[in-house]
Unconditional design. Structure first.
Length: 430
């Protein structure tokens, strides 16, 4: 039976999809807050949510006239199901997070405030954010959401595990020399497997399989938003080659690892060579009390060894179209997203990478990991989830679980799988 959980996403209740389809027809009486009050919400574990404490305290101190109320939800899927229900009933928060596989579909239901012309006079502007992660927040020429932070899945690697497998080359140095090829990477994962270790672990979601393809020079969607991976030989070859490594046991899906032996555990116990994960991994390493110097990061390998674009996980911030106090909501919105706000939220062992200009020192100031610049480089050349796909509730998750997972398990081949994805996308977007 396919498992839908991942670190970032925990499935998607059918009720959420139903709620999404009914939003446009609803006419709620407005959000649950009133004048001078801002209710905001996101998802996250208790650990994740603590990262907002410093920002919230600073905002309250600077804006004593605004009553700030935080309404978090633990689960990613539960959060979106609840949010869509609130939006349909007119009781949604004033400002809220939306996942990158949900934002395009929510935008199309006319429940978000267009923000492009309302940023004048605030502490942010559209030009402060990278264009490559803005497109998904647009609809019919209007901007409705901005990325509050991002997380490129760098390849975290364990130097001790590599050494145990007889690997002497340093991946980050190979990347610096533009010699970090897919061939070299696969040689390393094979050696790690032969040494009784796991070569690499990835989470099963859109940025993983799309990244496999684009890092090898392939295309996923064309400029018109049509799915074309099944017709692109580079994409087909990339998926076949990666699938073979999953089937051989060199690579594994983090979603399917047994409890007590998850990806973080494998990494900090030196049983894993590479883990595709975000900046939050710093917290996992430090929390385990292991030698931090044993870990570093590298971009994804490519055929010629040079840097190529890969998917960048992101979450977005939006304003309820029915907020009772637009000025207060926009004040919180802009303060949360500006450089100072992101520094308050993400400094130290923060769990993400800034999405705005002027805050990169958040990632670089501690000089950890040694090649922390890689996170910024991958952010700058990467891309958000494709709007065509993200506009359909649960489509990204369905592709990952129902089509990509069987490919990794050897139950299908790459060409057949990508053709099935193309057919599904066409059906869902018709």
């Amino acid at each position: 039976m396919a498992i839908t959980i991942s670190r970032r996403q925990f499935g998607f209740f059918a009720g959420a999809a139903v709620a999404a389809s009914s939003l446009a027809a609803c006419s709620g009486s407005g959000s649950g807050s009133g004048k001078g009050k801002v209710v905001w919400s996101t998802w996250g574990s208790p650990e994740d949510l603590k990262s907002f404490d410093t920002f919230q305290e600073a905002f309250k101190k600077s804006n004593p006239d605004i009553d700030l109320v935080f309404q978090p939800t633990p689960s990613y899927s539960e959060y979106h199901s609840k949010l869509l229900t609130q939006l349909s009933s007119g009781t949604a928060p004033d400002v809220f997070y939306i996942g990158d596989d949900r934002v395009a579909s929510v935008i199309r239901n006319n429940v978000l405030m267009p923000i492009g012309d309302k940023l004048s006079g605030t502490s942010i502007s559209e030009g402060d954010f990278a264009a490559n992660v803005l497109d998904i927040g647009r609809w019919e020429g209007k901007l409705y959401a901005l990325p509050n932070d991002v997380n490129p899945d760098t390849l975290w690697y364990d130097k001790e595990a590599l050494k145990a497998a007889g690997i002497t080359d340093d991946p980050a140095q190979l990347a610096a020399d533009d010699k970090w090829t897919t061939e070299v990477f696969f040689e390393m994962t094979a050696k790690l497997k032969a040494a009784g270790l796991t070569g690499a672990v990835y989470w099963n979601y859109w940025a993983t399989h799309d990244g496999f393809m684009t890092a090898q020079g392939g295309k996923v969607y064309d400029d018109q938003g049509k799915y074309v991976a099944h017709q692109d030989q580079a994409s087909v070859t990339a998926m076949e080659e990666y699938a073979q490594r999953f089937q051989s046991g060199e690579m594994k899906l983090a979603d399917l690892l047994p409890e007590g032996a998850g990806s973080d555990t494998l990494l900090v116990t030196h049983k894993l060579g590479f883990l595709a994960a975000g900046r939050y991994t710093i917290g996992s390493i430090r929390g385990a009390g292991v030698d931090e110097a044993l870990y570093d990061i590298v971009r994804w390998p490519s055929i010629d060894g040079t840097a190529k674009p890969t998917g960048v996980a992101a979450s977005y911030l939006a304003v309820n179209a029915k907020t009772a106090d637009t000025d207060a909501a926009l004040k919180f919105f802009s303060s949360f997203l500006d450089a100072d706000g992101q520094k308050l939220r993400l400094s130290g062992a923060g769990n993400a990478v800034p999405s705005i200009k002027g805050a990169d020192d958040i990632v670089l100031s501690e000089n950890y990991p040694a090649h922390a610049q890689t996170m910024l480089d991958m952010r700058d050349i990467g891309y958000s989830n494709f709007a065509t796909e993200a506009a359909v509730p649960d489509l990204s998750n369905q592709i990952s679980v129902e089509l990509m997972q069987p490919l990794y398990e050897g139950k299908s081949d790459a060409k057949t799988t990508l053709e099935a994805v193309a057919k599904l996308v066409e059906e869902k977007t018709a």
